[in-house]
Design a binder for this molecule. Structure first.
Ligand code: PHE
Length: 602
């Protein structure tokens, strides 16, 4: 047996129940529920509205009527709802409470009318908001409205209770002040009683206290055809104390969901039916003062532990509204269908070389002008070329300076230290490889990726070096100095100077570090205002290593040291280029993060 909970608890706004039956009728669905709080129209009271919310779909109640199978909810359905689904009904409480107040006011009015005119027989009533009236058989003399109003409002003011009880037909006949001609056959019989008056048969929803209706007024009384219509209305808002029960349940996710779903349906209806400029329509639907935004703010009232769930629902509703907006906009602009062939076309974006590739190009061109040739050597190479051939036998402590990535490979013998493979930690692996070609003189410029186990703001684990090697007859430090000076002046500017600072590398002897005068303070170390230079501090910037090729390296490359000797230098591409453009990167790793906003600046 379906429980009609609106009869026993007219203040119930939410109910969890189950779908018993759902059938499609044209564009709407007929839903029967195990139990309901939705009042079906009848007894002069209009039908309730509400939302039936399932896990996979929701139904908007357009109307409910009473049938032999119980309350039929006529609904619009979104998503999927099927028999057996657990659902939650959310009542449109604002509408219901108004209907309840109007209905109870009708009963109070009746008690006032019956007090003055006991011979009148009630015929029918309309307790909906428009044309609200009670119709009696009989007549009311002109000028009685004020008196009826006074009695009715006396009952309102006294704020007495309105109670109800289920009864048998016999009890009803015995207790009620009148018995309607057509008593409903398939509904439970109920009487209600305004405290101090005789019970009346009624199946509607009533307020608990007469004060809740607010003051009653009678705009007109119309006698016609042996009948009299007593029209009435109630205050828009009551000043009466509404019982606590209204505020009893805290605002929960389900309450918010119910309201959101309603706003979603209504907003989408609006979007589809209102013609406004795109911007205004969006503003109306989702703007700061939209109903949606106002409701979304209520998330603050939701208990903490349900808030994230509320957030998800708010987002879903927002997305649904967004989608409706964009569909509307596309529909609208499509239907306008105007194509202007005179509009200029859209230019494709032009790309350009990565800043490091540009630097490599420029370095290559600069060395090519003095007869160097760019070569390439393996990026994954034997330990032999990276270290051993460069005068650093296995376990030599100097190796530690290159924080090397070692590679394993199929068939590797881990014990054989001479057969290890590395990701080249510097471009010097190209030196002996180039010598092994046996073609002299050698004037190579080897530019390649290098890898070291380091990553911080000034080091990326992958970077680039360019390695120069010159092997010929009678090569001296003067040649080394000349080549470097040439490079520095053409790359950085004629005013730049270099200096060679003694250093140590295993593969060159003697070895140097090359410094260049600072482009900001011109080697002074101080600015015009005598403050220390912020870029270099000392007047010099460090370029990188160089030196005269060590005889052991020449021997490893099968070079006849009685004929040939040479020099080598190896510098970082990124560093060299940054020094030119005075681009001070807070973090060099950004070069390799493919952030177009950074890269397109160069
Ligand atoms: N390979 C050295 C480094 O990575 C640089 C260098 C190259 C030094 C050639 C001397 C000669 O630091």
């Amino acid at each position: 047996m379906q429980k009609l909970l609106y009869l026993t608890d007219s203040y119930r706004k939410k109910l969890e129940t189950e779908i018993q039956k759902i059938v499609r009728k044209g564009s709407v669905w007929h839903i029967f529920l195990k139990d309901t709080i939705i009042y079906p129209e009848g007894g002069g009271q209009p039908s309730d509205l509400g939302i039936i919310n399932g896990k996979t779909g929701k139904a908007r109640v357009l109307k409910a009527i009473f049938t032999s199978e119980g309350v039929l909810h006529e609904c619009q359905v979104e998503g999927v709802i099927k028999a057996g689904d657990r659902v939650t009904i959310y009542l449109d409480w604002k509408r219901r409470y108004l209907n309840m107040r109007l209905h109870s006011a009708g009963h109070i009015l009746h008690e006032a009318v019956a007090t003055l005119f006991p011979q009148l027989v009630p015929v029918s009533a309309n307790h909906s908001e428009n044309n609200t009236l009670i119709r009696y058989r009989g007549e009311i003399p002109i000028g009685k409205a004020g008196e009826i109003e006074r009695i009715a409002n006396g009952i309102v003011d006294s704020n007495v209770s309105i109670t109800s009880a289920f009864v048998t037909y016999d009890q009803l006949v015995q207790q009620a002040s009148f018995v309607p001609v057509h008593l409903p056959k398939n509904k439970p019989l109920r009487i209600i009683q305004v405290q101090g008056f005789q019970p009346i048969p009624d199946g509607g929803t009533q307020v608990a206290l007469t004060g809740e209706t607010g003051l009653i007024s009678i705009p007109k009384i119309v006698n016609h055809d042996g009948l009299v219509d007593v029209y009435y209305s109630i205050e828009k808002q009551t000043t009466a104390v509404i019982p606590d029960i209204l505020e009893a349940s805290p605002y929960s996710v389900s309450d918010l969901t119910a309201e959101l779903i309603q706003i979603q349906t209504e907003t989408i209806d609006q979007i589809n039916n209102i013609d406004l400029p795109d911007f205004e329509l969006r503003q109306k639907a989702l703007g700061q003062t939209s109903r949606f935004s106002n409701l979304a703010k209520k998330i603050r009232d939701i208990p903490q532990k349900e808030r994230s769930q509320a957030g998800i629902i708010i987002n879903e509703v927002k997305n649904a509204i967004e989608t409706a907006l964009s569909h509307k906009f596309t529909r609208k602009h499509k239907s306008q269908g105007f194509f202007d062939p005179t509009l200029p076309g859209i230019k494709p974006k032009l790309g350009h070389l990565h800043i490091v590739s540009q630097a490599i190009e420029e370095i290559t061109r600069t060395f090519e002008r003095i007869g160097f040739t760019r070569v390439r050597h393996p990026e994954a190479d034997w330990d032999y070329y990276a270290f051993e051939a460069l005068n650093m036998p296995p376990n030599h402590p100097a190796r530690d300076e290159w924080e090397t990535f070692f590679l394993s490979y199929p068939g590797e013998n881990k014990k054989d230290l001479t057969k290890k493979m590395v990701l080249t930690p510097h471009t010097s692996n190209g030196q002996v490889r180039e010598m092994e070609k046996g073609i002299f003189p050698i004037k190579m410029i080897n530019i390649a990726k290098c890898y070291r186990r380091q990553s911080d703001v000034s080091h990326a684990s992958m970077f680039h070096q360019f390695e120069g090697l010159y092997i010929d007859k009678n090569v001296s430090i003067a040649h080394l100095k000349g080549v470097i000076e040439y490079f520095v002046k053409s790359f950085y500017g004629q005013d730049r100077q270099i200096r060679l600072r003694p250093f140590h590398f295993q593969f060159t002897e003697p070895s140097f570090e090359i410094d260049v005068t600072c482009g900001i303070c011109h080697g002074q170390g101080v600015r015009a205002d005598n403050e220390p230079c912020r870029l270099c501090k000392s007047g010099w910037l460090e370029l990188g290593g160089a030196g005269m090729t060590h005889p052991n390296v020449l021997k490893a490359g099968h070079v006849d040291t009685s004929i040939y000797n040479g020099f080598a230098f190896g510098w970082g591409v990124e560093r060299t280029y940054m020094m030119k453009s005075s681009t001070n990167l807070d973090d060099v790793r950004i070069l390799y993060q493919n952030d177009i906003r950074f890269l397109e600046q160069f």
